[in-house]
Design a protein around this ligand. Sequence first.
Ligand code: ZN
Length: 222
Amino acid sequence: MDRSVIRLSHCQKEIFCFSVPDECPSCGEELKGSRLQEAPVSLPSPFTNGHKTSCCLLVAPAHDNISRDFDGTSDLHTGISNTTGVVYNYTHGGVRREQSGWERCVSVPMVRPDMFHLLAQWDRYLDRFSDGPMWDPAWHRFNEEDHNCFSFCLQFVNSVLAAEGRSSLSRETFTHSFILPRMRRVSKYNTLYEHIQRHQYYMVDRQVDRQEDRQEDTPVPS
Ligand SMILES: [Zn+2]
């Protein structure tokens, strides 16, 4: 999955495809070489290279789970990036610090760019937290249900919030407000992408009030 999806408008239709088709799939008018009324727009991909992020929660969907609807955090691997793009993630063997492998994931920024104090402390917090006995296989065992990669991320975020004098987030709040909306977007994008792969394009009636960058509006082929 590496082509970008573009959206173009013609005869009151919106057409999603990888490249401008020779003729409009709706009215048949020739498009190749003709000037479109509006330039085609690229749809932003929901994926990010995690090693180019800073202070983000990263979610890597498992391969076999990619087009299903996400209803929770099972089958997902999660990690936290430091300020230089190293991804800290908890596994059976303890905390891994990875410089590759997270090239295609969903990122959730955890620090606002104006929070200088926190940015300056982030790497130290993350290192210290990762070295704690909670994540040392000699002390605590990894458990798929309640002591997993997600527990690591959530507890790290909560330890940062506590250090900043703020209240902690529950697993439910965290999942529902930060993760699920993004995973739904991934799921929609993938469905659209697969449809275009199979049928060359996906077409819907044009919505007059569509805003350019509202990714949530990406229609889903049925
Ligand atoms: Zn047309």
